[in-house]
Ligand binder design. Structure first.
Ligand code: FES
Length: 161
């Protein structure tokens, strides 16, 4: 995981929710929204940023089935369906990603390489429409730029094989 991307993302999420009611759960939602699960280093950073013991964070994560501790796929592709992204063509991007990866939103490919999901606003509405692939944020995405990125991921996996 790219450390500075993670730290920046967590700082943003913590800033948004710190000192608000129910803030820890909302911040964890934010993390899972961003990464598709709650990575350990992100949980540690969140503990520091929100001044909450790490044990408390894990208590919450393990209490709610919703939170995942492991990445559901090697490449977690998240299409933002928040209002700004939706209005700028997110549904078309989701449809394309689904066809290109041959999985529906919420599914993981049989080989475990890709997981596709819809997420709500990731906090970068000015860059809409936004898609993330793990810690990489793609801005002002078009069907072509999305396909180019997915191809890059697929080729990377082929090279490794
Ligand atoms: S609606 Fe997509 S980033 Fe805000």
């Amino acid at each position: 995981m790219n450390e500075s991307a993670t730290k920046d993302d967590v700082v943003l999420i913590a800033k948004r929710w710190k000192n608000k009611r129910g803030s820890l759960i909302m911040a964890l939602h934010g993390l899972q929204n961003r990464f598709g699960y709650v990575p350990r280093d992100a949980a540690m950073e969140l503990a520091e940023q929100m001044d909450v013991p790490l044990a408390r964070i894990y208590e919450v994560i393990t209490f709610y089935n919703y939170f995942k501790l492991k990445s559901p796929g090697k490449h977690v592709v998240s299409v933002c369906m928040g209002t700004a992204c939706y209005l700028k063509g997110a549904p078309k991007l989701l449809k394309h990603a689904s066809e290109s990866l041959n999985i529906s939103p919420g599914e993981t490919s049989a080989d475990g390489e890709f997981h596709l999901q819809m997420v709500r606003c990731v906090g970068c509405c000015g860059l809409a429409p936004v898609v993330t692939e793990n810690e990489t944020l793609l801005a002002k995405v078009t069907v072509d730029s999305l396909e180019a990125h997915l191809c890059k991921c697929k080729n990377k996996e082929k090279e490794k094989a």
